[in-house]
Design a protein around this ligand. Sequence first.
Ligand code: NAD
Ligand code: WQD
Length: 342
Amino acid sequence: MKETRNILVTGGAGYIGSHTVVELIQRGYNPIIVDDFRNSSSEVIDGIEAIVGTRPVTYELDVTCKSDLSKVFATHDLDGVIHFAAYKAVGESVDHPLMYYRNNVDSLINCLELSEVFGVKNFVFSSSCTVYGQPKESSIVTEDTPIQEANSPYGATKQMCERIISDVHKSGSSLRFLNLRYFNPVGAHPSSHIGELPLGRPSNLLPFVTQTAAGLLNELTVFGNDYNTVDGTCIRDYIHVVDLANAHIKGFQWLELQSGPALETINVGTGHGISVLEIIHTFEKVSGLQLNWAYGPRRSGDVEQIFADTTKAKNCLGWEAERSVEDAIVDAWNWQKKMGDE
Ligand code: NAD
Ligand code: WQD
């Protein structure tokens, strides 16, 4: 086996991609980033460099442009692909479905076709807990929990991409596949050099909390307090983005151990459900601030409660989350404050 493995990281300047690139470099891998910065910035590459001391090779190009992407495959002797590049906002996908289908599905197909042409062996795909919808039987979901009809075009793209990968696997492809179904990634790198960069008004909870505390937004609305949960607010499985990044390292190592074609799908969460109110109270505790928030109506399409059964991640990958939600909130708040200082 080669000493240094080259891994193409599409969307490597994005939130999860950038944290994964840091962990890859720190473990001796050579990530090659492809990102056109449509939902990130070239400054993220500076942040990565500030943490690891080297600048990852980066190509600014659109993954849906196959001819451009093929030049990257032709230039580097790739050992694997981690495919993050996609649009990810549920609400936006309802308003712009074609944009979502075009980007999320085309980018995957290009990566798969080129992996086959160039004989790349290992492929990690960023999937999402969104594929489970509101689970019928229990809020704790295993990978075998039946998938529900997607309640957004975004969710449908993740289901389609998993289906495409499954069909390619069944067709006899020599690729080894790993679909990682992320739950709710939160937090930032503890160095505060990289973190989440929501463009415009955030739709996810934690950036909304930190931006409200920083005075960029007036008030956080808690969407619903009449759910059948401990305190009436929704329950999610919030996972620190550095833990999530590390799941990719374990995942890649697992792929490399497979002797032939493979396909696994694995939940990446903490296994614990946390309510919206608990997030707010933990934020207030770690920041020493009082957050301006109020109850509002339920948000349409919200699932009442869902969290991951992480048994497969432990047994198969030898991975489990190490950081608490408190760690994630501390890191997210430090990152928000750092952005305010710049
Ligand atoms: P992000 O938007 O921060 O990162 C995606 C990156 O891909 C961005 O840097 C963007 O510029 C780039 N990109 C998008 N389309 C591109 C294209 N056609 N060509 C080149 N670059 C392109 O998102 P993220 O939160 O880091 O999510 C990464 C992946 O994880 C996505 O596939 C997303 O669906 C999935 N995911 C995210 C979450 C979440 O809550 N953040 C949860 C589950 C799954
Ligand atoms: C979390 C909780 C809201 C904002 C989304 C995608 C999912 C996955 C992860 C990509 C919910 C509540 C939120 C606010 C609130 N992404 N909330 N006030 O909806 O669990 O998942 O991100 O794959 O596909 O759907 O995350 O952060 O939007 O919400 O009360 O201003 O916070 O109702 O209960 P969600 P979220």
